[in-house]
Ligand binder design. Structure first.
Ligand SMILES: O=C[C@H](O)[C@H](O)[C@H](O)COP(=O)(O)O
Length: 232
């Protein structure tokens, strides 16, 4: 199986958890897009869902493929969210935000009864932090916020390059009008402490550590897909 086939496999297994009539959070990224394509085929066959997209990009694909959408304000409580991830550890802690959608993704996942992560096996890690951690920040006070992020990380023994994400000729701007700092701290032994420290910085809107949100992960490898359930 190549990388795309693994994403399709994970998406297909996750689709098995979607029931007729569900209110569904729909993630962002290349793996989530495979899920949207499979979902659209089921919808075309008469399957009913109401989707809440986690980004403008996902909304566009859903509309193009005929997946019915609602806003989170119209449907503030969801049954299930299916989304990709940049990293997954064995406790189902995640790094997300490689596509810049982490804020809406976290809001939608938090409004959902269950979250299922779909990923290929390259995303599975022992300790989070190989992938740079996206930190979404308010453009106001960017330099001060960057220094505050550096200092908060240093107090936890973490350091590394913090880059302002770029897109084309300019700064990458999220759907919410914010910027993203990609922090290459290396391995993050205490993700909970880093999450708390980042949340305490006023200029930080949100960060890409998803802790206690995923209920299951469908991890696809060359041999097929494995479902990892959260403990407790
Ligand atoms: O902001 C983007 C999201 O968190 C994505 O779900 C994440 O980056 C994984 O994307 P992909 O499935 O393309 O690797």
């Amino acid at each position: 199986m190549d990388a795309r086939e693994m994403k399709i496999k994970a998406a297909a297994v996750a689709l098995g958890f979607v029931e007729d009539g569900m209110r569904l959070g729909i993630g962002t990224g290349s793996t989530a897009e495979e899920f949207v394509r499979l979902l659209a085929e089921k919808v075309a066959g008469g399957f009913k869902v109401q989707g809440v997209p986690t980004s403008e990009r996902t909304a566009r694909l859903c509309l193009e493929l005929g997946v019915p959408l609602k806003s989170l304000d119209e449907l503030p409580e969801l049954d299930l969210t299916v989304d990709g991830a940049d990293e997954v550890d064995s406790a189902l802690r995640l790094v997300k935000g490689g596509g810049g959608a982490l804020l809406r993704e976290k809001i939608v996942a938090s409004a959902s009864e269950r979250m299922i992560v779909i990923a290929d096996e390259t995303k599975l890690v022992e300790t989070l932090g190989k992938f740079p951690l996206p930190v979404e920040v308010n453009p106001f006070g960017l330099a001060a916020t960057r220094i505050a992020v550096e200092k908060a990380a240093a107090r936890l023994g973490l350091s590394g390059e913090i880059r302002l994400r770029q897109s084309g000729d300019g700064v990458f701007v999220t759907d919410g009008g914010h910027y993203i700092l990609d922090a290459s701290f290396g391995r993050i032994p205490d993700a909970e402490a880093l999450s708390d420290a980042l949340h305490a910085i006023p200029g930080v809107v949100e960060h890409g550590l998803f802790i206690g949100l995923a209920d299951a992960a469908v991890i696809a490898g060359a041999e097929g897909a494995t479902v990892i359930e959260a403990e407790g």
